[in-house]
Design a protein around this ligand. Structure first.
Ligand code: 4AD
Length: 430
């Protein structure tokens, strides 16, 4: 049995091949039937003609339907008119299932397609996005293994909040109210005391009511934490990481990028280092150069980041946000009072934030102060506080939204299209 992609080659001309998959398109003109068959690797035109097949077989093949499953064997030929340049002259075949009326056709409404996501994900474009997504997940892990990080796992049921109470999902846990995790960060912080450099890839949950093009209620969060790292050290790893991931996609998925209409040259520009801009300078730049009307202290949401990042063709780091805009664990910048040693990485072409990270407070009293200022009870965070009592060290970390990264790399309009089964305010099925 061959994979379709492998036989699309001059080496295979006049050879016998056996393939199996699903009917992608079918066209019949009485005497001849063209079945375009797809498998996970690609598509090829298969030709049924009376040269090789009897009348019953010809009739059966001409009545095949889109997304029916079958096996076909025959001779590979070159044909420039065929969709992928080669075709298979069918000699024999086996039908696994012939369906009636596959529901996904052209020009369907968005809700219908979302209800039928389990069928829609078979589309050629979606298959390509899924392949790119697979490369991104692998490249993320490979980069960290290659840079002496250990992979670890944190729990999803948690009793604390890392990113503020407003986006917490609470669930009933044997009669007790607990939360679904917003980030594995605090657990990663505990793990650097044994492993020094750690990363994890896990879902995070945010009860985001905002219906933007970049928010999911459940998203894939890739996080790293490193002992002895400053904010700048962390950014250095992150820019190399993004360059590496994008390169891996260029190397492994050029055909997929072509299928989804993503210009590979845009991705080839993604080279480290990325520009670092302080929040206050970014506000000034946005107002002066991009005609925006922002004030120091304004939070940057999807719209603001879009309006800034359409002017960039490479990612940037925004550092030194005002203390009030970020969560309690960030370390204040001793050189810039009121600002913290943190960074967001914003993706170009209007995509905006894909990474949030920074240096963590490691002084016990400073942390206790910040907890109190934020009306949080240190007892609830006793294990996080403990880290500042026993061998505390400077350290930094980050969280990367993998779905957002895939959305940007693929040039998609909505984060929903980067993940097979998106969970949003309005949707938990299929
Ligand atoms: O900026 P965030 O909230 O940072 C944290 O959670 C830190 N505790 C991470 C850390 O330092 N370990 O989230 C990190 C990233 C964002 O930059 C964004 O890419 C993604 O997670 N993200 C979302 N992606 C999709 N849907 C959502 N609702 C998201 N919220 C955050």
């Amino acid at each position: 049995m061959e994979k379709i992609h492998d036989i699309l080659s001059d080496k295979f001309i006049n050879s016998e091949a056996e393939i199996r998959g699903w009917v992608y398109r079918i066209r019949s003109s009485g005497k001849i039937t063209f079945i375009i068959l797809r498998d996970s690797s690609g598509i090829i035109q298969c030709v049924a003609s009376s040269d090789n097949l009897n009348e019953d077989q010809m009739r059966e093949l001409s009545s095949m339907t889109v997304e029916s499953s079958m096996e076909v064997s025959g001779t590979v030929r070159k044909d420039d008119r065929a969709i992928t340049g080669y075709e298979l002259a069918i000699k024999s075949y086996k039908i696994y299932e012939r369906n009636e009326n596959f529901p996904i056709t052209k020009d369907l409404g968005e809700e219908f397609l979302l209800d039928n996501r389990h069928l829609w994900i078979r589309s050629r474009e979606f298959t390509s996005v899924l392949k790119i997504r697979s490369t991104v997940f692998k490249a993320f892990a490979d980069f960290f293994y290659n840079n002496s990080y250990y992979q670890v796992q944190a729990p999803m049921f948690v009793s604390t909040a890392t990113e503020g109470g407003s986006t917490l999902f609470t669930v009933d846990y044997f009669g007790e109210k607990v939360n679904l995790t917003q980030s594995s960060q605090f657990y990663l912080e505990t793990l650097i005391y044994s492993l020094e450099k750690v990363f994890t890839i896990a879902p995070s949950f945010r009860a985001e009511k905002s219906r933007t093009r970049r928010h999911l209620a459940e998203y894939w969060h890739a996080e790293g934490e490193a002992a002895w790292y400053s904010n700048e050290d962390m950014m250095k790893d992150e820019e190399k990481l993004i360059e590496y991931i994008v390169n891996e996609v260029i190397k492994n998925n050029s055909e997929d990028l072509n299928i989804i209409g993503r210009d590979i040259n845009v991705l080839k520009k993604i080279r480290a280092p990325f520009e670092r801009i302080k929040y206050r300078d970014l506000i000034e730049m946005a107002n002066k150069k991009f005609g925006m009307d922002l004030k120091y202290g304004d939070d940057l949401g999807a719209d603001e980041e879009y309006n800034i990042m359409i002017h960039f063709d490479r990612p940037i780091f925004v550092t030194n946000y005002p203390e009030e805009l970020k969560t309690f664990y960030h370390k204040p910048d001793p050189e810039n009072p009121g600002e913290i040693l943190c960074h967001d990485m914003l993706a170009p072409e209007g995509y905006g934030e894909v990474i949030g990270g920074g240096e963590r407070i490691y002084d016990l009293n400073e942390l206790l102060d910040r907890l109190k200022k934020n009306n949080l009870n240190p007892e609830d965070y006793y294990w996080y506080v403990d880290l500042r009592k026993y061998g505390s060290i400077p350290h930094s970390g980050f969280g990367l939204g993998l779905d957002r990264l895939v959305t940007w790399i693929c040039g998609l309009k909505n984060i929903r299209d980067s993940i097979p089964y998106p969970r949003t305010v309005r949707r938990v099925k299929p």
